[in-house]
Design a protein around this ligand. Structure first.
Ligand code: FPP
Length: 509
């Protein structure tokens, strides 16, 4: 099955803004403050986001009356009716309004229509929080709202000369909105501001484009929660275009889907689906490793073959590393660990060692901007005490500046697998611990990083050379004769293709 990412997909600006407001609130709480932060309705309709906010102390309620007097309450991205705002004021609540700006615009249009004395037809699902908010806005302005399919039917039937204001839930199927407005306009005079939001429309159009070009074996997988209207609409759009549609809100749901008979699978996601779930899902569908580790070998031989000094080989190798980091990003590989300098490499001539240390310092300093722009977290594993104070301060400053990012480049410098095990053992002994595999792992240099799935070694050498001895216990290995500076995208894809075909039994059957 060929797996294709449908672009654009995923989070829209309104959802991003709402989540940023909620996270800022949680962050601003004084240390140790465990009092709940209330959110009226789910902030956005995504179970992963809601689960994470619950872990941060958010409590989700459906009625404003459930929020204790004086507490902080967040209004969800779907917006609230004015009656709720008034009640929040009466109850002295500290309000943080995370309403999507596009939804707020629909509220304003609906109110304008109502204030001009028009009946307002609200296209959408009358039970959805967004539609309830818009209906409340119309009613607060003294108007009459006709919501949902029944409301639209009543508005058509009534006919007459009085103009009808038409607005729509921002996450509807854009074709359906156009059809509904056209039908209403045939029955009576309409003034409309019924448009789905731009991001929703772009994502739906991208699914339409994918389905148009795809053959009979094509299907669309929409990643997002069943409670999310725009997620359900994306699946509907695919089905309208004749493709099979699948939906999954989390990895366990994805693992239960049966893609038998699907030759091309387009993957998209709803406007509230976190990108890291999207990446994890695509990776598992394509059988792409989460963590690739590389022994970047052959710089010296590459340089010698060209009559250059070894430093030139290492500089060319550093360029290859930059390219490989990009390829990892494009393929959804979250962790890349590279062996840049081993505990044994200190035995090399001083000029080469000094040249390598200067290259590390230069590269880490000049690439800082790229790490931040590409949202890559940099980490070092190895014996930090062996580094010069200057290099260590460059390393640690870059680590601090990038620590919030999800994708990671982990560089092993003055690293040895045996040294790491000895260091971890000593840390455990110092704490008087009787270790198990799990507790021992906590003392490794990067304990939170999952073990490498695939270890690549270039230059024709088929040995482990003291690299990730603990972590690579069940890694798949792939060797190539290519020298590291010549390692190409085709080589990388060959390694990934080989990995995708392997049956990782991890000692089982
Ligand atoms: C092994 O080739 C390579 C190294 C010891 C250095 C690798 C370092 C880089 C590619 C630079 C990376 C830069 C950063 C900032 C991480 P070799 O010298 O053993 O080659 P040979 O076996 O042909 O002699």
């Amino acid at each position: 099955m060929q797996v294709e990412v449908i672009e654009p997909h995923g989070m829209c600006a309104g959802v991003n803004g709402a989540i940023a407001k909620a996270l800022a609130l949680a962050k601003a709480r004084p240390e140790g403050d465990r009092s709940p932060i209330y959110c009226l309705h789910e902030l956005v309709h995504n179970e992963i986001v809601i689960g994470e906010l619950r872990d941060l102390g958010f409590r989700f309620v459906e009625r404003i009356g459930e929020v204790p007097r004086g507490a902080t309450v967040v209004f969800s991205a779907h917006g609230v009716p004015p009656q709720v705002r008034a009640e929040a004021e009466r109850r002295d609540l500290k309000v943080v309004d995370a309403t999507c700006p596009f939804v707020a615009r629909v509220h304003r249009s609906a109110r304008d229509f109502a204030e001009k004395g028009m009946e307002v037809c609200v296209l959408g699902d009358p039970a959805h929080a967004e539609v309830r908010g818009i209906v409340g806005e119309v009613e607060a302005a003294g108007g009459r709202a006709l919501a949902g399919p029944a409301g639209a039917a009543a508005a058509k039937k009534a006919g007459g000369a009085a103009p009808l204001g038409v607005v729509a839930q921002t996450t509807m199927n854009s074709d359906e909105v156009e059809r509904a407005v056209a039908e209403l306009a045939r029955a009576r005079r309409v003034k409309t501001m019924a448009k789905v939001c731009g991001a929703t429309k772009e994502r739906q159009d991208a699914v339409r484009r994918f389905c148009r070009g795809a053959g009979p074996g094509a299907a669309v997988l929409v990643l997002g929660s069943k409670t999310s209207s725009n997620t359900r609409r994306l699946a509907e759009v695919a089905e309208e275009c004749g493709a099979r549609a699948f939906t999954a809100g989390a990895m366990d749901e994805l693992s239960r889907l049966d893609f038998a008979g699907v030759e091309r699978l387009g993957v998209t996601s709803g406007a509230s689906t976190p990108e890291r779930f999207f990446m994890e899902a695509v990776r598992s569908l394509r059988r792409v490793p989460e963590h690739v580790a590389i022994i970047m070998d052959g710089n010296g031989r590459w340089a010698k073959a060209r009559g250059k000094n070894r430093g030139a080989g290492h500089r060319a190798g550093a360029k290859t590393l930059e390219r490989v980091l990009d390829w990892c990003g494009e393929r959804g590989i979250r962790y890349l660990t590279v062996y840049a300098f081993s505990t044994e490499n200190w035995k090399r001539p001083k000029a080469e060692v000094d040249g390598l240390m200067a290259l590390f310092a230069r590269m880490l300093k000049t690439k800082e901007r790229d790490f931040v722009a590409n949202r890559v977290r940099f980490r070092m594993v190895g014996r930090r005490g062996d580094l010069s104070p200057k290099l260590l301060s460059i390393v640690e400053s870059l680590e601090r500046k990038t620590e919030a990012f999800e994708r990671q480049l982990i560089v092993a410098i003055s690293y040895g697998g045996r040294a790491e095990i000895v260091d971890a053992a000593n840390a455990a002994v110092a704490r008087g611990e009787q270790v198990t595999e799990e507790t021992f792992r906590r003392h490794l240099y990067a304990p939170d990083v999952p073990d490498p799935d695939l270890v690549i070694r270039t230059s024709g050498e088929c040995r482990v050379s003291n690299f990730l001895l603990w972590e690579s216990a069940y890694s798949e290995y792939w060797f190539t004769d290519t020298l590291w500076p010549d390692f190409s995208e085709a080589d990388f894809d060959s390694a990934l293709a080989s990995y995708a075909e392997r049956d990782r039994r991890r000692g089982g059957v």
